[in-house]
Design a protein around this ligand. Sequence first.
Ligand code: ADP
Length: 280
Amino acid sequence: MTVPAMSDLLIETIHLDKVYGSGETAVHALDDVNLAVAPGEFIAIMGPSGCGKSTLLNMLGALDQPTDGEVWVAGENLAKLKNVDDFRASTVGFVFQLHNLLPTLSALENVEVPMQGRVGSGKERRDRAMHLLTLVGLGPRAKHLPNQLSGGQRQRIAIARALANNPKLVLADEPTGSLDSQSGEEILELLGELNRSEGTTIAVVTHDPRVAQATQRILRMQDGSIVEDHRVSDPLEEDLRALAFSKLGEIILDPDDAPMQEITPEEELILRKLIERLRR
Ligand code: ADP
């Protein structure tokens, strides 16, 4: 059996390629992605729409098969898994933008679903689900149906559900995408807290620089490749970097290529923060 080069990694991808379709319509969604993530890291995956972020996340969660290359998660070569469902249920927790909660089940029951057949008795499952709902601040809403809760609360349930089987890795695809900024911040704080207190490794796909800056490491993708990989450091440097990689940064660098247009609210916020800080 081959062992990964550094077996103490939680995630390792080796020359990972994914091509959708074939011939003239082939799309190279991932192109030689080599990624190493240590246990306990909290990473953000950024980049323009269509650059391969979701494809990469799906590969890490064994939701899709590579065309070429290897994916190792928690010491397992995902191509050699004996039971993919078992791996997904026990090692990975998924949080998506659309919460995928079952509408006819209560918050508590939704969190219990992934534990079926894994965690001991019905009572043990119920107790653990209640513990997790309390952890995400929703204990008092355990009996509510998803449509009786706000978007932010539903996302908290999705996080509690992702944690049901105590996964080593949580994969989140735009977890704050459908939320107002206040709820988005709360969800981020929750993920950060989970990372610090439980040591859970978390990978978040996002296009929001504020979300990315709440993590420890930012990967930027373009055309299926990782083009930048850096540790989050000084907030000022992070803001400058976010600005440099924004649409506005592109326009400033190459005004002939793209006409000056309205800046996005995210860019405006970064600019405002920068100006305020520099004026202090
Ligand atoms: P992102 O998450 O960065 O927006 P994706 O990973 O969803 O990007 O997609 C990367 C590329 O692969 C895009 O060009 C997309 O159209 C293509 N793609 C994604 N999924 C499929 C699929 N199931 N079939 C064909 N093409 C796909």
